[in-house]
Structure formats: structure tokens, C-alpha cells
Design a protein around this ligand. Structure first.
Ligand code: ZN
Ligand code: FE
Ligand code: FE
Ligand code: ZN
Length: 266
């Protein structure tokens, strides 16, 4: 099976193409599963410029993905998901949102540290104004709390903080290990996300040192391109598959109505 579990749509205002365009791209590449996981709405105008509104979720996104799931059911397995944000203080709203919608799965991502959208190129100068080690510590603390929140099925791009190539000055293995222990205890999985290869850091999320630790702890893996344009569906999956062989016994986790199963990736 070949599956891409992380894709976006034009509704988030920083991606091209409809959900159907991504589904068709996956079919054209011979995939047997595609997950639609556009950025979920959030309460109180949180990052409203980079996501669909609650109203659009209900009037456009959800009906479109559910219709595609039915329309393509003999061709490709279309999953109904979202990429949710972990942001302290929004947990109750997000929990209710997930409970009210019958998602196949939810990716949990950290895109903000306080007010700072640290993966936004517009605010990249902030890395130069702060202590990089402290940024990494805060970032992994958020990842740990996102796992412990119980809100998510997948930890998305779990070392996104490296996106622009800023590296900590000291070894982060101990912090990563404590973070991954929390991920393991929560029973959720870590995503191999190929989009980092297309960013200044030019490497997969997560890097191999983190995958080694996840593997030692027996954390299952899943796989996504994080495509923001249909051409990027399945991008660099040959490289990702090599990592899944090495650190995941060649198996990836897939989800149906938030139940996890494992399939062999080929
Ligand atoms: Zn995005
Ligand atoms: Fe993300
Ligand atoms: Fe994404
Ligand atoms: Zn993402």
C-alpha cells in the first residue's frame, strides 16, 4: 500500500487546489490511500489567516471530503482528517470539535510558541533575537503536552522548529527522549513528513536522531507529504520509505474513525 496521510487545500489560504485535486493527484501516482488534513478551524480567531473558518469547515470542507470518500471508494481510500493545532488554553474547544465530527484521524501540530508563529517566514528574524536552546526546549515541551492532551492521533512534523536551519548549541537527545516517552505513553504515532526537504533545513521531519529514539521506544510511524500543492502529493516518498524500513519495520499506521491499524508500505 502507498498512502499519503498529510495534505492541504486552498481553504487554508496558503495552499493550492481543492481536496479533489489532491485525491486525483494521489490516484495518478497509483496511491491506494490519501488523507485530507487541512488546517482545522480554531477558536477566537487563532491564526485565522492560515486556516479555514468554522463556517467553511461545515459548509465546504467536511461535505467535500465526505463526498470524495464516497465517490472514489472503488478507486482510492479517502480519509477525512484535519491537522489540528496544539495551543494551551484551546484544549476544551478542540476536544468538543473533534467529538462533534467523525474524523478518521487528527494530526496534532505545534505552530505557535505564545504569540510567535515560529514556522512563518515573516517572523523568522525572531530566531536571532532569542536563545535557540530555549526555543527548542519550549518547542519540545509543547510537543510533549500535545501528546499528553489526548486530542490527537499523530504528532505532525515533530521537529518543525528546525525549519529555517537554526540548530541548538547543545545536544537535545535527553529532552527528545523525555518527549518521546510521553508520545509512547499516549499511544499515538510519529509522522515522517517529507516537506522539510522542501524547506531551508532541507531534511525530513523528524531527523534521524529523533527517529532512532522513537524506534528504541517502539513508537509507530506514519507518512505524509504535507502537500500544499497537488504536485507535492507523495513527494520524496522513496526516501521516506527507506526510513520506514529502518525505523518502523516497513509498517505505517493508518486510521479509520480514529482506530489505528498498521499496513506495509511498498
Ligand atoms: Zn499549512
Ligand atoms: Fe503544520
Ligand atoms: Fe500540514
Ligand atoms: Zn503541517
Amino acid at each position: 500500500m502507498n498512502a499519503d496521510l498529510h495534505t492541504h487545500t486552498y481553504l487554508c489560504k496558503h495552499a493550492d487546489g481543492s481536496a479533489e485535486d489532491y485525491v486525483r493527484a494521489a490516484v495518478a501516482r497509483g496511491f491506494s490511500m490519501i488523507g485530507c488534513t487541512d488546517h482545522a478551524p480554531m477558536p477566537d480567531d487563532y491564526d485565522a489567516r492560515h486556516r479555514m473558518s468554522f463556517e467553511q469547515f461545515h459548509s465546504v470542507y467536511k461535505p467535500a471530503v465526505l463526498e470524495l470518500r464516497e465517490k472514489f471508494k472503488d478507486v482510492i481510500d479517502v480519509k477525512f482528517g484535519v491537522e489540528g493545532d496544539f495551543f494551551p488554553g484551546t484544549e476544551d474547544w478542540v476536544r468538543d470539535f473533534h467529538a462533534a465530527n467523525d474524523f478518521d484521524y487528527v494530526i496534532g501540530s505545534v505552530h505557535y510558541l505564545g504569540e510567535w508563529g515560529f514556522d512563518n517566514p515573516v517572523f523568522v528574524h525572531k530566531y536571532d533575537e532569542a536563545n535557540i536552546d530555549e526555543i527548542y526546549e519550549r518547542y519540545f515541551d509543547h510537543i510533549r503536552r500535545s501528546a499528553e492532551s489526548g486530542l490527537f492521533d499523530i504528532i505532525g512534523h515533530c521537529d518543525l522548529v528546525k525549519k529555517f536551519g537554526h540548530r541548538p548549541t547543545r545536544n537535545m537527545d535527553e529532552i527528545v527522549r523525555e518527549t518521546m516517552k510521553a508520545v509512547k505513553a499516549s499511544g499515538i504515532v510519529v509522522e515522517i513528513n517529507t516537506s522539510g526537504l522542501r524547506k531551508p533545513v532541507a531534511e525530513m521531519y523528524p531527523g534521524e536522531s529523533i527517529l532512532k529514539i522513537a524506534h528504541e521506544l517502539g513508537i509507530p510511524l506514519t507518512l505524509g507529504s504535507d502537500a500544499h500543492t497537488p504536485e507535492d502529493v507523495g513527494r520524496d516518498f522513496d526516501k521516506a520509505r527507506a526510513l520506514i524500513e529502518r525505523y518502523g519495520r516497513g509498517m505505517v499506521s493508518v486510521f479509520t474513525r480514529r482506530q489505528r491499524t498498521e499496513v506495509r508500505i511498498v
